[in-house]
Design a protein around this ligand. Structure first.
Ligand code: SAM
Length: 272
């Protein structure tokens, strides 16, 4: 019998968020693979979990994968955790999970907290279509180019940012997208000083600048998507056809009613 690889989510700030199932799986597996064993030890001690641990981070993941897959083949079960939240999401674990799946080893999950999803649900911004962008480039020129490339993105966007750069990044966002774009700053989620502030960039930046505490801790930025550009081509085609049979004002009114494009706009197009 092959072992099972479990991807186990751990708290992003509040220890009570480690689910009973996560506690059981972490106690029962043969090995816990952690991003940083020193970081995860207090969490496991808190729950009395004594399973052996091994580290796997971005610098040694490639080297560790084959030995871990071999252990899974031999019947050991392994739990993968990261410092906080859901492994693989901007954290180590992708290579191991992909390789295990390719080797027909069962990969299972114990789902739980993930900072981007927690921030999205608290942001007050549309949640039905969103994209996760991870960390924003650090250098100013690269950051600006990267944000400009996202100017027309209509889905809600989620970014990670460090406290040292959050203000610079908000200024770059305002430069690229204008002051009206609404952004939610989610800070210290699930911790004692959790705060969520959602406002247009022109209001948000002075609010953060007003208090140095508002620039401390861990951050997720959730950004409202761009307003979808209406494709008016069909409306202009329609008003021209109607104008062959009807007076221009009537044609414009009918086409506006059908397509939702402004009547004056359509009338003007006929006059031009
Ligand atoms: N895999 C993790 C997850 O699922 O939440 C994300 C790991 S990523 C390397 C770490 C980043 O997530 C931090 O730099 C910060 O931007 C964000 N983050 C993690 N915990 C957070 C918290 N409690 N409040 C706000 N942001 C947090």
């Amino acid at each position: 019998m092959k072992g099972i690889l479990y991807i186990v989510a751990t708290p992003i700030g509040n220890l009570e968020d480690l689910s009973p199932r996560a506690q059981r799986v972490l106690s029962e597996v043969d090995l816990i693979v952690a991003e940083d064993t020193r970081h995860s030890r207090p969490l496991l001690n808190h729950f009395g979990i004594q399973t052996p641990m091994q580290s796997m981070h971005e610098h040694n993941e490639q080297d560790r994968v084959s030995a871990l897959v071999e252990r899974l083949h031999q019947g050991d079960s392994i739990a993968q955790i990261s410092d906080a939240g859901t492994p693989l999401i901007n954290d180590p674990g992708y290579r191991l999970a992909a390789e295990a799946r390719a080797e027909r080893i069962t990969v299972s999950t114990v789902p739980g907290p993930s900072a981007p999803i927690v921030a999205l649900t608290l942001s007050g911004l549309p949640v039905s279509r969103f994209c996760f962008e991870g960390f924003i480039p650090v250098k100013q020129q690269a950051r600006q180019q990267y944000l400009e490339a996202l100017a027309a993105e209509t889905r809600t966007m989620i970014f990670f940012e460090s406290p040292r750069r959050v203000l610079d990044t908000l200024h770059s966002m305002m430069h690229c997208w204008g002051g009206q774009r609404r952004v939610s700053v989610a800070r210290e989620l699930t911790k004692l000083h959790e705060s969520i502030y959602t406002a247009p960039l022109s209001e948000l930046i002075p609010w953060i600048e007003a208090d140095a505490n508002r620039q401390r801790g861990e951050f997720v930025l959730v950004v409202e998507g761009a307003v979808e550009q209406q494709d008016d081509t069909e409306a202009y085609r329609m008003v021209k056809i109607l104008a062959k049979e009807l007076p221009p004002r009537k044609a414009a009114a009918l086409a506006a009613e059908i397509t939702g494009v402004k009547k004056n706009q359509l009338y003007r197009s006929l006059m031009e």
